[in-house]
Design a protein around this ligand. Structure first.
Ligand code: DOR
Ligand code: ZN
Length: 358
């Protein structure tokens, strides 16, 4: 059997795959970091860590200090590698970022259009001002992770990804064809098609929840804040396009959970925060989705192989085994932290796949 391929049990109720990585993760800081980090390190070997703290992670020194806080919060014995990112601003120093890359600390730079989402007010308004950093990234092959939504008030929230591609991303990629771009949390058929149409230097992450919910989950029968995230879940045809892309084996698509913990009172209020906390049950949800799509043999490409290839890293040597249990797996409804509870993503169907080793 070729290295890296999935071994199926005879009853198709066991799969073994290389230990997965999460290519888009929010770990926060302080008590929330301490409360959530084990949910990722339990199953994942590495994760691209989002820099949208308050204040954001803007320099290599900030990223180094944040990495140390993450390492200190890990349960003893867990081996987990946080892959740090810098938050792109109009003042990002190209020399500082190159130094961070050379030292092995920095793996990507995150572009938040100013105002697009949680803690993005320090993001980029004028791309000309960010050009020195972007040009350096193109030169040294450092990927730019992009939150692909325009923030223009006139643009409908459900159209913001498609408009971003047309008016911001495509012009930027034409201006800097050597820049490697990771379109984060693609949520539309437009996004999938755009990635597929690119000849090189473009890939996309897909979240667990966007493979499972469409916008009805947020709005039917009452407003359900725990299904609200950004980019917001779209219509069913978009969810189906994401499923097709994720399960296709196409190396340009891979897992980035965008697991984004917020304390319950900050979501269950008149103006709730965007973010869905999926780290706890992501692998179980994904096995369910890939089985539904008759693509269990491609789960490893999506969760464990395509991401490292894009980021120029080796896939993990370790394996995890997933087992389909007769009884649903019991996941906690909430993750308790010293600052309060965080609701865990409810996929609205029973989860039978369990990570049995790892
Ligand atoms: O839903 C989201 N939550 N989308 C983002 O882009 C940010 C994230 C967060 O940090 O809470
Ligand atoms: Zn995110």
């Amino acid at each position: 059997m070729a290295a890296g391929s999935i071994m199926m049990g005879t009853a198709m109720n066991t799969i073994t795959l290389r230990r997965p990585d999460d290519w888009h993760l929010h770990l926060r800081d302080g008590a929330v970091l301490e409360g959530v980090v084990a949910d990722t390190s339990r199953h994942f070997a590495r994760a691209i860590i989002m820099p949208n703290l308050v204040p954001p992670v803007v320099t290599t020194a900030d990223a180094r200090a944040y990495r140390e806080r993450i390492m200190a919060a890990l349960p003893k014995g867990d081996r987990f590698e946080p892959l740090m990112t810098l938050y792109l601003t109009e003042h990002t120093d190209p020399d500082d970022l190159e130094e961070g890359v050379k030292s092995g600390l920095i793996h990507a730079v995150k572009l938040y259009p100013a105002g697009a989402t949680t803690n993005s007010h320090g993001g980029v308004r004028d791309f000309d001002k960010a050009m020195p950093a972007l040009e350096r990234m193109a030169k040294i092959g450092l990927p730019m992770c992009v939150h692909g939504e325009v923030t223009t008030p006139e643009v409908d929230i459900f159209d913001r990804e498609a408009v971003f591609i047309e008016t911001v991303l495509d012009p930027l990629r034409k201006r800097l064809p050597d820049l490697k771009v990771t379109m984060e949390h693609v949520t539309t058929e437009d996004g999938v098609n755009y990635i597929k149409s690119a000849r090189n230097n473009l890939a996309g992450t897909i979240t667990t929840h966007h493979l499972i919910i469409n916008r009805n989950a947020i709005l039917v029968g009452g407003i359900r804040p725990h299904y609200y995230c950004l980019p917001v879940a779209k219509r069913e045809n978009h969810r189906l396009a994401l499923r097709a892309a994720a399960t296709s084996g196409d190396a340009r698509f891979f897992l980035g959970t965008d697991s984004a913990p917020h304390l319950d009172p900050l979501k269950e209020c008149a103006c709730g925060c965007a973010g869905i906390y999926t780290s706890v049950n992501t692998m179980s949800c994904l096995a369910h989705v890939f089985e539904q799509e008759n693509a269990l043999d491609r789960l490893e490409a999506f969760a464990s192989l395509n991401g490292p290839a894009w980021y120029g890293l080796a896939p993990n040597e370790e394996r995890i085994t997933m087992v389909k249990r007769d009884q649903p797996v019991a996941f906690p409804d909430k993750r308790e932290t010293a600052e309060g509870p965080i609701t865990v993503f409810d996929p609205m169907f029973p989860l039978h796949w369990d990570v049995s080793e790892g």
